[in-house]
Design a protein around this ligand. Structure first.
Ligand code: SAH
Length: 393
């Protein structure tokens, strides 16, 4: 198979030789005039050595590499990569009788830049972040259905494709339809709304952190801030929390949380209550010492590097508000999912918040994304989720 060609400037092949999967536009010496966004291209170094094949794109990342050799990008290629991803999730023990929600494809972390696939029982929810993956969506969807147990593929690209690409984003089933909206995570049941919810409908990346929280919940008064589908709340209840309050500014999220609590607990269990309110306001108005376990899992405060400063101020303010009011002998689970904020920066923001309140604070755990969100060692940018579990006296 021959693809259109891109030739790099001298020296610009180095990061690619180390298998970093992005070609930046500034690295390109020349390219075929006929290249259109999303086309498959073959990348060559300045001296004509073949580097590999990838998807072209307009913007600062000009090519996302799919191979570092001349392997054709066809149905067999996608089938192979998806099967490799599936075998790894089997090895992780994520496909079980009591667990059928997990991430199958995590972009560069599964050597498929631009593609995300989450599995909820018999349904795969697929998102393209690049035009190339958008054009390949039908081949990928059919390859997905050849994996065991996947009958339906919902494609959701309305919010993920670069808006400048002027593509026709689609949110629709490519294969099958609605079979069930229920998924199982560590024996707990969740409704997942991939049709209208954020991202693929559920944040599977917090699975292990929710399990850890369950372990700390016994007898505690829990406040779950930015609850979305109520994942942390449902685990805290199973862990024996005395009460759980869930807060989200979105009324729809609060309804989802209520539904998920009802799905798992009897109506006579009245330990849970939810509030559709702004998190900062809720923290300002709540009584001191009202909670002894607080979860802060806000949306990404920095979507881009340019927003980094404001984001760090945001994390400091949010954490300071919680640290001021949390009861003595408490636990705080605090997270950042901003890729632009690194571990050290996040820890420094939480440190500043602690210093501001002058409480005695110790770090119990440093959390990250789970193994089904792997980080390609050649692409450290794939690390995004950071969390700290603090003991506050
Ligand atoms: N903790 C959740 C994921 C949180 S996603 C989980 O485990 O699944 C972030 C959530 O924050 C979204 O549901 C969004 O509606 C909510 N949110 C955004 N800004 C907010 C604000 N200022 N106050 C309260 N909630 C907010």
């Amino acid at each position: 198979m021959t693809y259109k060609t891109v030739t790099l400037k001298r020296g610009k092949e180095e990061s690619l030789q180390r298998m970093h999967p992005w070609v930046f536009s500034g690295a390109i010496a020349s390219a075929d005039d006929s290249i259109e966004e999303g086309d498959l291209v073959t990348v060559y170094s300045h001296d004509g050595t073949l580097i590999g094949n990838g998807h072209s794109q307009i913007g600062s990342i000009a090519v996302r590499m799919l191979t570092f050799d001349d392997t054709a990008i066809d149905e067999a290629f996608y089938s192979q990569r998806l099967n490799d991803a599936y075998q790894m999730r089997l090895a992780l023990g994520l496909q079980r009788e009591d667990n059928n929600a997990f991430r199958l494809v995590h972009g560069e972390g599964d050597f498929l830049p631009g593609l995300v696939v989450d599995i909820y029982g018999p349904t795969a929810v697929m998102q393209a972040h690049s035009p190339g993956m958008h054009f390949a969506r039908n081949i990928i969807a059919h390859a997905l259905t050849r994996l065991p147990g996947i009958h339906n593929v919902y494609y959701k690209s309305e919010t993920t494709l670069p808006y400048k690409a002027h593509l026709d984003p689609v949110n629709d089933y490519i294969v099958g339809g609605m079979e069930t909206d229920e998924a199982l995570e560590n024996g707990l049941r969740f409704h997942v709304d991939w049709l209208k919810g954020q991202k693929t409908g559920f944040f599977v990346d917090q699975r292990e952190n929710r399990s850890l929280l369950e372990h700390y919940s016994h007898g505690r008064r829990v406040l779950n801030m930015f609850c979305y589908t109520g994942g942390f709340s449902v685990y805290a209840l199973r862990g024996g929390a005395q009460l759980v309050h869930s807060v989200d500014s979105s009324a729809k999220a609060v309804r989802l949380t209520d539904d998920n609590v009802s799905l798992n607990y009897a109506t006579s269990d009245n330990r849970h209550q939810s509030f559709a309110e702004d998190a900062f306001k809720f923290l300002d108005n709540m009584d001191k010492d009202a909670y002894d376990l607080i979860i802060l899992d806000p949306p990404a405060f920095a979507k881009h590097k340019s927003a980094l400063r404001n984001a760090l101020v945001g994390y400091r303010r949010l954490n300071a508000k919680a640290l001021e009011k949390i009861a003595p002998g408490s636990i705080l689970f605090t997270f950042s999912c901003s890729q632009a904020v690194n571990k050290e920066q996040f820890r420094l923001a939480v440190f500043s918040a602690a210093a501001q309140t002058r409480r005695k604070v110790r770090i119990l755990h440093q959390l990250t994304q789970p193994a089904d969100h792997p980080i390609n060692i050649y692409h450290p940018e794939g690390e995004y989720l950071k969390g700290l579990v603090l003991y506050v006296e």
